[in-house]
Design a protein around this ligand. Sequence first.
Ligand code: PLP
Length: 467
Amino acid sequence: MPNTPDMSADEFRKYGREIVEWIGTYLDDVRSYPVLPDHRPGTLREALPSAGPNQGEGMDAILADFSELVIPNVNHWNHPRFHGYFSVSASKPGILAEMLSAALNVNAMLWKSCPAATELEQVTLDWLRQWLDLPVTFTGVIYDTASISSMTAIAAAREKAFPEVRLDGGLRDAIVYTSAHSHSSIEKGAIALGIGQRNVRNIEVDENFRMRVDKLESAIAADRAAGKKPFFVCATVGTTSTSSVDPVPEIAAIAEREKLWLHIDAAYAGPTAMIPEMRPHFAACERADSFMLNPHKWLFTPIDISVLYTRHPDTLRRAFSLVPDYLQTDQDSEVVNYMDYGVQLGRRFRALKLWFVMRYFGREGIVAILREHLRLARLLESWVKDDSRFELAAPVPFSLVCFRLKHSNEATRRLMDAVNSTGKAFLSHTMLNGRYTIRLAIGNIQTTETDIAETWTLVRELAGEAQ
Ligand code: PLP
C-alpha cells in the first residue's frame, strides 16, 4: 500500500512520541552500548535489500530495521567514553532544536526566504562573539563545517589580494602559509580554489608543535625573492593532533607587516575563549582577519555547524555574491542575504540549535562544563605522569591528552586497538615525529571523572599485555 500523500497527523504524533522516548532512553543508557561496535566493512550493506521498496512500508518495519540493523553498526559519538578524534556531543536542547528545524524546513538563503532564520543567525552570532570576547567589528556567518569556513576565508583573502581573479581566473603563484600541524582542510581549500597544493607552505613546528615564526618569515622572504605572491596565513589555536597553539601575536605582526590575511582556526578550542583563565591562548586573535570555531565540536550543538567571523564581510560578499533576477528582492539594500557569503545557495536553519544551546545553558553553564573537561584532562595528565610505563607526548593546553607507551610504536598501537576492541572506550591516534601516539579527547557533555578513571584503569590493565 503506498503511503500517500504523507503520514497522518495521528500517526506522526504516535511515532514522534515513540522516537522522542527512544532518544531519551538512548541518551540515558548510552553507556550500555559498545562505543565502537565490532563491525567489518559491508555488514550493513549486506543486511539491506539492494533496491528500495516499490510500495511504502510501515513505520514499525522501518523502526525495527533502525534498531536491529542500523544501530548495531553505529559508532556512538554521543557516548561519554568516545575519546577519539575530538570528542563531541549533541546536547538535548540542541537535539530538540534540530527536530524543530526539520519541521520548519526553511531555506535561509535570503532574508526574504525566512526573515527569522537570517535574523536569528545575526543575533546568535553576535551573542557568541561577545562571549568569545571578539571585537564588535567581527561579523559571523554559519557554514556546515570548519573545512568550508576555512575555504571561504581563503576565498575572501584571494578577493582582497587579487580582485581581478573573480572575473579573469588564472591565479598563479599565490602562496598560503600554515603550519605542518594545521588541519588538512587548509590545504584542501587551497586545492579547491585553484591555488594549488604546491603553493601551500606547511611551516615547520617547534618541539611543542607550534608554528616556527622564524621559518614562516624565511619562507615568505624566499617566496617574495622568487616572485611569488604571499597572501594568506593560517594560525591554529588547538591543532588537531595535539591541540597546540601557534604563536598568534608574532604571526599577527608578520601578517600585518607582509599584508597577509590572518585566519585563525580554533575549530575545536574556540569555545574556551569564554573562560577568563584561558584567554592567554587567544592573545592577538582580535587582530585576525577571520576567526573560526565549530559549535559542533565543543559547544554541545549537534553536527553540523561551524562559525566564521571576519572583519571584512564586504570582501567576503564580493568574493561570492552573484544574484540572478529570480533571487532579487525589494529588501536587498537593507538586509543580509546569507547566500551572498558562500558557495551554497540553500542553507539550513542552523542558528536555531545554537540559540537553543546558548539559551538553555547560558554562558555560565557552558563555562562550567568546559572547565570540568579541562580539569579532567589535567587529572588524566597527572595519572599518565605517575605511571612510569607511559610518557606524555605533548603539552595539554586544553582537554586533549596525548600519551604513549615509552619506547614502542608497535606496543602503543596494540594497546590502543586492545582498548577500542573492548567497546568500553574509543581512543584515536596520531604520529608525532615518527612516534605512534594515543589521543584521548574529553568533550562530551556527559563525561564524568568516573568515565576518565575507568578508561585509564582499562588502559593500564591492557598495557601489560600490549608491551
Ligand atoms: N580544524 C581543526 C583544528 C580540526 O581539528 C578539524 C577537525 O577535527 C577541522 C578543522 C575540520 O573540521 P570539519 O570536520 O568541521 O571540517
